[in-house]
Design a binder for this molecule. Sequence first.
Ligand code: ACO
Length: 373
Amino acid sequence: MSEGFGTGFVAGLEDVVAAETRLSGVDGEAGELIIGGFPVEELAGRASFEETVYLLWHDVLPDAGQLAHFREELAGRRELSRATMDLLRDVVAEEVPVMDALRMAAGTVSPGTDEEEALDSVASLPTIVAAYSRMLEGEEPVDPDPELGHAGNYLYMLTGEVPGAEFRRALETYLNAVSDHGMNASSFVARVIVSTRSDFVSAVVGAIGALKGPLHGGAPGPALDVVFEIGDMSRAEAYLREKLGRGERLMGFGHRIYRVRDPRADVLAAAAERLYTTDGDREFYELALGVEQTALRLLEEHRPGRNLQTNVEFYTALLLHGLGLPTQLFTPTFAAGRVAGWTAHCFEQRALDRLIRPQSVYVGSKDRRWAAR
Ligand code: ACO
């Protein structure tokens, strides 16, 4: 078979099926997301994050004994090695952005079996993010507390305070809702890396790099900035029109697969709303809802019939802001949830053991000849 001279190129691999998976399924026309057999609405608000990870890895929910063991396994792997801490202390001086620090530090997870690397990656990503974000603020990292669950411990390491049940539940709902999402760009990257028989740590590092981009996981920070910059509903329409007029995309809207509202948006909206309790908070939440409605109306004018709808990132921003997280932690926190899916895809790809190696169409010239120089 020759490569490079055929046809059939689809930009962005749109509609190309790259894997069979039992992890999650997305119906973009119906607005449905199934994770490990459960509709996202059923799973996200009820499961602990540990249960979701176990479900994705084993295709079954753990019983009480298995869950206790799994929780202990993960909790015992939260602490960072000296090499990881040294790296974070080195890069903090240069104020390296959190996602870049996370990408570098995730690569310091010690080589081991696939299972060990998966456990270490899931367990340590929140510790890396929390430790580094505290270093950036000039504060000492807070040691993980093995008595706390995965989500509660993350908030504890960020603030030094044990979070209330409402906060723990909200974060857990978020982490579950974003744990996996079909053949998203970062999971595809992870699968490509493992398909070369490379290791899970490398796959997670590559996936973090893919997630960082504004068209994938980098959108929630800018989505919230827009609401802050608008500040008052009277300015929303003019502000958003100007952005669209400059050819910019509105962050938190549109999706490659969904042609209707992203089902995760509603799950996160319900969880986020409960966090905005004071008058001032409610005012901000109402402003965000108003901005969303205006954006949807203008996007319909901008691309009539394309049905650009609110995606997961808009309500991610509201939920994580409601939890008190600064915007620079939004994408790293997404990574802390999606690592469940990345590692699960790694296990699936390892079992398949088939090199992912697509083709390209050569469109360059063919008749150049070397002249003496
Ligand atoms: N704002 C303005 N215009 C948009 C937006 C948007 N949010 N989304 C799409 N469009 C426009 C595109 O520019 C395109 O116009 P063109 O044909 O003139 O280039 C048209 O609508 C159709 O675009 P699609 O083919 O639907 O977009 P695509 O599938 O390539 O991209 C994406 C999907 C990247 C999510 C896009 O909608 C976008 O950039 N949204 C903003 C960023 C964002 O919110 N990302 C998070 C996605 S969710 C996730 O990854 C977890």
